[in-house]
Design a binder for this molecule. Structure first.
Ligand code: FAD
Length: 480
């Protein structure tokens, strides 16, 4: 009998251990993807839904090129999977492990239901470099600090090589099976389920991204044989955009982290390569941290911060979201996010610190906004990084580390090119005035056509007052 392959955040055919295992054991398999509307797992935000739409479209074409079709359903997987297994006459369901608690619980429930019905769910590891249980301290407790975890990770050797794509990838078509399947197994209208309607804010993002497995492989190879060689400096230059930009593809598993790792393994300068591989390591570490702390997206990892007096200001939050704070580098980052669905890592740190510290707005508001607007929005990386910047989470990043947006601009956008690109109303300002236009001489502003408070907002908070306010709030938390 054919196997059923349930694709989740692994929308690729290469380096797919579950697919290989299914084909090895059964010779052919049926592919399914489910848009989960059961409410038991966190649904993707708007931007990720758009990227998912484009990715599923490309993925379906690849499956068709191998003689099958990917059935895309919308509904509750706990109900749909057993129905599909029965209809297809499949005895085994293959998929990769998921590591967030709600998804694990859902998988466990499905495994139990299948077992009762005489079939089996086979789960393999396939979305991380290493399964989260594998890296542990000598006492068996989870690591809390990245550097210590990374040492433990590396002590286990190089992550294994990607598995070869099966020579004959025999994917089966659903057409005959589902001829009279009824309403519940009717393919979803993915355009209706995933794309925005009015206004269509996503159409502008199309020009920044390519879709599908071949595109992701090409991006990884180009990066490995080019910018990787100077990643150590290139990754921090906000205007140069010399990071790999693979995060959306890694998010949906269009490419696997092992593939990326091994593309880079013998390329570039050693030091730069090491930094890049450790960034890939941060992705694994984020999942590791979420696995061991399921409430990470909703709760401070350090409970001391539960008593922090966050401000509730809809006005300031909206100014931050729209890139209208009056601090150019913050506005540049937030506008890049809105326009492209992605933001440079350095900018992410700056805007997150500005929200949680200078505006003293709860990091969860920021996490939510990123969740809705990033095409790489990821339950683990988003939460870990927000808590890291806010200083409420993982070790080695204290609350009192407050990014100064002006110093960050000096260091990482010294000519203001990033700001000019995303905040065009400031583009005619000279290099030395663009980071803090409110301080520029009236003549300079006039020549550049900038009127503070009219063509560009006055800062919504003074940087020194914001900093002092954050420190005062921090000192009042329990245990400080
Ligand atoms: P590269 O520099 O080329 O790095 C390669 C890969 O390594 C990335 O694609 C990513 O998978 C991984 N990586 C790099 N840095 C990190 C990191 N700090 N944490 C975890 N993984 C990392 N990344 C997401 O994928 N999804 C998110 O939702 C997300 N939210 C973030 C929120 C905040 C507040 C901050 C500060 C960072 C966040 N990041 C997130 C991490 C990082 O900013 C992005 O992974 C990176 O900018 C993606 O660009 P890239 O692919 O060019 O990265």
């Amino acid at each position: 009998s054919p196997a059923l392959l349930w694709f989740r955040d692994d929308l690729r055919l290469a380096d797919h251990p579950a697919l290989n295992a299914a084909l090895d054991a059964h010779g052919e398999c049926l592919c399914v993807y489910i848009l989960d509307n059961s409410g038991s797992t966190r649904s993707p935000g708007g931007a990720l839904k758009w990227f998912l739409h484009e990715t599923l479209t490309a993925f379906s074409k690849s499956v068709e090129a191998h003689g099958g079709n990917c059935l895309i359903l919308e509904g509750d997987p706990e109900k749909l999977i057993p129905q599909l297994m029965k209809k297809a006459g499949a005895e085994k369901l293959y998929c990769h492990h998921r590591y967030q608690k709600a998804a694990r619980d859902q998988d466990d429930a499905i495994a139990e239901a299948l077992e009762k019905a005489g079939s089996e769910m086979v789960r393999l590891h396939g979305t991380l470099l290493r399964a989260p249980e594998t890296v542990t301290t000598k006492t068996g407790t989870p690591y809390k600090i990245f550097t210590a975890w990374w040492k433990g990770f590396k002590a286990l050797g190089t992550p294994s090589k990607p598995v070869a794509t099966p020579g004959k990838c025999a994917l089966k078509s659903w057409d005959a099976i589902l001829k009279d399947a009824g309403k519940a197994l009717k393919p979803a209208d993915i355009g209706k389920a995933l794309l925005p309607t009015q206004p269509d804010w996503a159409s502008k993002m199309t020009e920044y991204w390519e879709f599908g497995e071949d595109a992701a492989q090409e991006i990884a190879q180009d990066f490995a044989s080019g910018p990787l060689d100077h990643y150590g400096t290139g990754r921090n230059d906000m205007a140069a955009e010399e990071s790999s930009r693979l995060s959306p593809y890694l998010r949906l598993g269009v490419i696997s982290p092992r593939q990326v790792w091994h593309y880079c393994a013998d390329k570039g300068a050693k030091e730069d390569r090491e930094i890049y591989l450790s960034e890939l390591g941060w992705r694994d570490f984020s999942w590791y941290t979420l696995f061991h702390n399921p409430h990470l997206p909703d709760r401070n990892l350090k409970s001391q911060f539960d008593s922090l007096g966050w401000r509730h200001s809809r006005k300031d939050l909206a100014a931050w979201q729209r890139g209208q704070t009056g601090i150019p580098v913050v506005d540049a980052g937030m506008r890049q996010l809105w326009e492209t669905g992605w933001m440079h890592n350095r900018a992410r740190m700056i805007v997150a610190s500005f929200l949680a510290k200078h505006l003293l707005i709860d990091w969860r508001e920021g996490e939510n906004w990123f969740w809705d607007t990033l095409i790489d929005a990821d339950p683990a990386s988003n939460a870990v990084n927000w808590q890291w910047v806010a200083g409420t989470g993982i070790e080695a990043s204290p609350f009192f580390r407050i990014f100064n947006p002006l110093r960050q601009t000096d260091k990482f956008d010294p000519k203001g090119d990033y700001i000019r690109r995303w905040v065009p109303e400031l583009s005619r300002l000279p290099d030395d005035a663009i980071a803090a236009p409110w301080d520029a001489a009236p003549k300079v502003l006039e020549k550049a056509g900038v009127k503070i408070g009219k063509t560009y907002p006055r800062p919504i908070v003074s940087l020194s007052d914001g900093r002092d306010r954050a420190m005062a709030a921090y000192r009042k938390t329990r245990g400080s």
